[in-house]
Design a protein around this ligand. Structure first.
Ligand code: PPS
Length: 570
């Protein structure tokens, strides 16, 4: 059929010639310029290089409406995901349709010119409900839409000046036309694409190998390195893993190429989108799995999409896209046969072995065995380099409590105990120390306290990222701010919140610095607990009360907590 005999002629790109680009670049210096977000850079790259063909720019309002409502642009072209340029209200104010704007990357390099034809305020809740299936912030793209994306969309054709620059894995990145040319040169008329955002383990290697055999096609491992689901293994690690798996395939049959796509985790619609993108990259087939591009659970704890909805929607549109679906066989390891089988072909009575994603992460975290039947040793080595066991990772202990509650004293004792154990550098970010070195210009208004805590959080997150132990001991009276710090740190390691719950009466009775007396007399304003709020934590990892308990014992309780969390070894 036509589908099977892939057309590998070049597809249109949005770039102008080198000479025109040089001229445009100079002229664009005078245009208003928009600094693209990381996601917009990904979208722009695929617009310009033909990955999103036949789109010619960021969607107009009519295209957007059509895409949101029924997956088609105004002229009827199938396109399931809105590709829009969101900007903030302030920038939008100065822009009118008819105007050109320069699109710049994070370093200020001009990548393209957008000729604005449309400017509108989108109905984000409607977009969320129609495109992602629910206006639910548990969906990463809905969260992005409401909490990160700007409030105004600009649309219009894009004139490409230059590709975004990548410094990593340059040799593994290909435009659609580069891949088409490669397939042409190799004589690969049938190519099955494997979309992935995870490391490849043996089951994936088996299933991709089988899919290629079944379709009598060559195989393109086409992992996403743009943006994936928050919490995924970073793309640097994954690419090293893919490279390690590459020579497990028969020579000359398989190609690895990196796709700078910003995924939306939109399940069925995303699968169709992936199909269009792969078609543009010269593929004739695509593997679609169970729960393809699934975003995880919604806020009610249920799956956003039926696990087979993506395959159904893809199958419905495969002919129009011009790509054939190879449905994913769930491969399982059969112990007696020491071999992988499709789950529905397991010999009766034989034992099936499996390790879930959650179990794999647990084993990595705790430094436990990962058997060779599950993954290639080279892959496991890479994963262990990136995710050392918790006892070797950095972490943060964050004390919070009233002035004079004993935070600093316990924090000091903890620091000494951790230094006695050795192994990791320890930094104490005590309230007073921080206010001297990091926040000397700040006072005690809510705004200033928040800035202070976020600075502490930033420093602690860097320490945690680099494998050290950060101990923080500010008052940190606001729940939302503590949560923001937790999120910053949990990207790199554990965050252990310790509430030093000494009562205000006890703190005032001790009044070690004489501040409570001054606060009562009104000589210190906005004093926490007296004339300023303290929102006590409700879900701290540990609560210690210093009344009738000595400091050494409190610090020891923290040590026990760290041990039970696997952060230190006894
Ligand atoms: S915050 O809210 O987390 O930014 O505060 P923090 O940086 O921990 O600073 C608290 C220390 O500053 C002294 N101090 C005050 N505390 C609370 N309220 C007011 N108005 C105030 N003015 C000065 C006080 O000594 C705190 O030290 P600790 O170690 O907590 O007793």
């Amino acid at each position: 059929t036509d589908v099977m005999q892939n057309n590998l002629a070049p597809i249109p790109e949005l770039y102008v010639s080198y000479e025109s680009a040089q001229k445009l670049k100079v002229e664009a210096g005078n245009l208003p310029s928009w600094d693209l977000t990381a996601r917009q850079v990904c979208d722009l790259e695929l617009l310009m290089n033909g990955g999103f063909y036949p789109l010619k720019g960021f969607m107009t309002e009519a295209d957007y409406d059509g895409v949101v409502e029924n997956m088609r642009t105004a002229d009827g072209t199938l396109f399931p995901i809105p590709v829009t340029l969101d900007v903030n209200e302030k920038f939008a104010e100065g822009i009118e349709p008819g105007q050109d704007i320069a699109l710049r990357d994070a370093e200020g390099v001009i990548l393209a010119i957008l000729s604005v034809t449309d400017k509108w305020v989108p109905n984000k809740s409607n977009e969320a409900a129609k495109v992602f299936g629910a206006d639910d912030l548990a969906h990463p793209a809905v969260n992005y839409l409401h909490n990160t994306a700007g409030g105004v969309y600009l649309g219009g054709p894009v004139t490409g000046i230059q590709q975004p620059v990548h410094y990593d894995f340059k040799g593994r990145r290909d435009t659609p036309n580069e891949l088409r040319a490669f397939f042409r040169k190799m004589g690969w008329r049938k190519v099955v694409a494997f979309q992935t955002r995870n490391p490849l383990h043996r089951a994936h290697q088996e299933l991709t190998f089988r899919a290629a055999k079944e379709a009598q096609a060559n195989l393109l491992i086409h992992p996403v390195v743009g943006m994936t689901k928050p919490g995924d293994v970073d793309h640097f690690t994954r690419v090293r893993c893919y490279e390690a798996v590459l020579d497990k395939y028969p020579a000359q049959t398989t190609q690895l190429s990196l796709l700078n796509l910003a995924m939306r985790m939109a399940g069925p619609r995303e699968a169709v989108w992936h199909g269009i993108i792969r078609k543009n990259h010269g593929c004739s087939h695509m593997i679609v799995g169970r729960d393809h591009a699934g975003p995880g659970k919604n806020s009610a704890g249920q799956d956003f999409y039926d696990p087979y909805a993506a395959q159904e929607l893809f199958a419905k549109h495969a002919e129009e896209i011009g790509i054939e679906m190879v449905d994913f066989k769930h491969m399982v390891y059969v112990q007696e046969k020491a071999q992988y089988f499709p789950a529905n072909e397991v010999p009766e009575g034989d034992t099936v072995l499996d390790i879930s994603g959650t179990e794999l992460r647990r084993r990595l975290r705790e430094g436990l065995d990962i058997p060779e039947w599950f993954s290639f040793p080279e892959v496991v080595t890479e994963l262990r380099r990136t995710s050392p066991p918790r006892s070797k990772q950095g972490f943060t202990v964050f004390f919070t409590g009233l002035s004079g509650s004993g935070k600093s004293t316990i924090a000091n004792a903890l620091m000494v105990k951790l230094m006695e154990m050795g192994g990791r550098p320890v930094t104490l970010l005590d309230g007073d120390v921080v206010r001297k070195h990091l926040s000397s210009e700040l006072g005690f208004s809510k705004e200033h306290r928040d800035i202070n805590i976020k600075r502490i959080g930033y420093v602690a997150s860097e320490i945690t990222k680099n494998g050290g132990i950060a101990i923080c001991a500010p008052i940190a009276p606001y729940t939302a701010t503590r949560r923001a710090v937790r999120e910053m740190i949990e990207a790199y390691g554990a965050f252990v919140e310790v509430h030093v719950a000494t009562s205000i009466e006890e703190c005032e009775r001790r009044d070690r610095k004489g501040l409570y007396k001054l606060a009562r007399e009104g000589k210190i304003k906005e004093f926490t607990g007296i004339s300023d709020p303290y929102e006590a934590p409700t879900a701290a990892e540990l609560v210690v009360d210093t009344q009738d308990v000595d400091v050494d014992h409190c610090a020891h309780q923290v040590i026990l907590k760290l041990e039970s969390m696997g952060l230190i070894r006894a």
